[in-house]
Ligand binder design. Sequence first.
Ligand code: TMP
Length: 208
Amino acid sequence: MTQARFITLEGGEGAGKSTQARRLAARLMERGHRVTLTREPGGAPGAEAIRDLLVSGDTGRWTPLAETLLHFAAREDHLSRTIRPALGRGEWVISDRFVDSTFAYQGAAQGSARDTIEVLGKMVIGGDMPELTLILDLPVDVGLARSHARGGEDRYERMGPAFHETLRQAFLAIAKAQPERCVTIDATADEDEVARQIWHSVTSRLPV
Ligand code: TMP
């Protein structure tokens, strides 16, 4: 059985995380690794049902604490039903978003207390933090234009430029504070170049 690995991709809207997560998973599978590609909020049936409550409806639908708790409820389901079983089978798990999104969106941008998120993180995640987090960074106007072009704006995409600028700064601050886990990737580059940067970060930090 190969060594289990847990990698997350994070960043604002329109950064290309989902495409890059798929490309990374494909490349690892070409190397013979077993990979579980998953996402948050979601990644398990119950967590996907909670996702629907979070990504649709009015922007002010939830209080910041209710929203934080919903994300952690989804995360608990995701960890229990998908992530931990895959790690237990010795697979690589690649998640499109994880707890750094809660610190950025619910903490920095929506005003949930950092202490609350930390306590919930200890309770729900425990020691199962990712060993590598790739933070895809790009200017807010570029990211929002990309996600508008994709169509079907979700609830978070409707939250306005100031909200998204706060997110960007929050992700950059997380990367700066936790360099042993996080790498910032310049997501303004074209898709192939971003994939190259990501592969370089993964292979220089983890044995593939
Ligand atoms: P996605 O657009 O990357 O699929 O994610 C759905 C939205 O959920 C995205 O706008 C960010 C948001 N989100 C949070 O607000 N907090 C979280 O903890 C997570 C995982 C996602």
